[in-house]
Design a protein around this ligand. Structure first.
Ligand SMILES: Cc1cc2nc3c(=O)[nH]c(=O)nc-3n(C[C@H](O)[C@H](O)[C@H](O)COP(=O)(O)O)c2cc1C
Length: 314
């Protein structure tokens, strides 16, 4: 299938990277191989993000790792990935076949590992490097996510930025530690070019009444899908107030209306994960069309004109 027709209204720019649509494939979902990212790219996504990768290969948690509930999903995949060599070879493969910008998502087991992975990720020439410091489902192994401590967040941001060279850096935060605006400011002050908000919410737990035990083998996991949209909208609103750098607003998006809420809160681009994985990649074209229709109805020529429109003028 060819990519759907392009619309000037949907174009956005993220730290110098031109996107044909504001929609971005969120990390961890369909971003493991070049062919799964290709599927998403063919349906008109603005950019794809890889699953977060580390220096070494990781198996992740034992199954079950994902469970659906009425308004969302709980997952504890546990950052399974092929390691930097496998992941960067998928990035290179994707880049040779598609013009769609690709975002390399990285994470480290220690603060010191972050710049080492960023250096290796940069070799694959992604459009952006996204730094996952906010995964809520590996606490048993790593302790609290690195975002929880402002000094650590500052150190990781500055070291990745240096290691990434000319490639812009997005810091991915969650709404799990309160003051996300302050955390975003720490990142921006230490060189971040973009903030991605939010990672999954939690950790959360679902208990199976039949066996009277948590459903996930890891017991706890991160919550995603429609139920987290209001949390994501609030988080993006706070980040927009705190920093001037662009935001990839992510969390609970399943429709054009959801995406537009994040844009009015201040997002330049909109990440989508669960809705694509569980409801189908066909949603991308529907959401693009819905955003385009809304802009026409409102008599607005570009997304930049409505970005942050839910705020008092800056
Ligand atoms: C199964 C699954 C795996 C995920 N893996 C990652 C990951 O590797 N790195 C990351 O930064 N976020 C990861 N996320 C979080 C998503 O990128 C996104 O921030 C979150 O799911 C909220 O968006 P959504 O409601 O559209 O899914 C994962 C989410 C899910 C559901």
């Amino acid at each position: 299938m060819d990519a759907p027709p392009k619309s000037a209204r949907l174009k956005v720019e993220l730290a110098g990277v031109a996107l044909e649509s504001p929609l971005v494939l969120a990390s961890g979902i369909l971003g493991v191989t070049a062919s799964s990212m290709a599927l998403v790219a063919r349906h008109g996504i603005g950019a794809v993000t890889t699953k977060s990768f580390s220096l070494e290969e990781r198996a992740g948690h034992k199954g079950p790792t994902i469970v659906a509930f009425e308004h969302g999903y709980l997952n504890a995949v546990g950052l399974s990935n092929p390691g930097w060599e496998g992941a960067t070879s998928e990035i290179c493969d994707f880049r040779t076949r598609f013009e769609t910008p690709i975002i390399a998502s990285i994470f480290g087991r220690t603060v010191e590992e972050y710049p080492l992975i960023a250096e290796r990720a940069a070799l694959a020439l992604p459009s952006l490097i996204e730094v996952n410091v906010s995964c809520p489902n590996v606490a048993a192994e790593f302790g609290a996510p690195f975002e929880a401590d402002p000094k650590t967040l500052a150190t990781i941001t500055a070291s990745v930025k240096k290691a990434a060279g000319k490639i812009p850096v997005a810091m991915k935060l969650s709404a799990n530690f309160g003051a996300i605006g302050r955390m975003a400011k720490v990142c921006a002050d230490h060189g971040a070019d973009v903030i991605t908000a939010i990672n999954t919410v939690g950790p959360g737990m679902i208990i199976d009444l039949n066996v009277r035990r948590p459903v996930l083998s890891n017991k706890v996991g991160g919550v995603s899908g429609p139920c987290i949209l209001p949390i994501a909208v609030r988080a993006v609103y706070e980040v927009y107030k705190a920093v001037e750098i662009p935001i990839i607003g992510t969390g609970g998006v399943a429709s054009a209306e959801d995406a537009l809420q994040l844009i009015l809160a201040g997002a330049t681009a909109v990440g989508i994960g669960s809705a694509l994985a569980f409801d189908g990649v066909e949603h991308i074209a529907e959401i693009n069309a819905g955003i385009g229709r809304w802009l026409v109805e409102q008599g607005v020529g570009s997304l930049a004109e409505v970005r942050g429109g839910a705020h008092e003028p800056r």
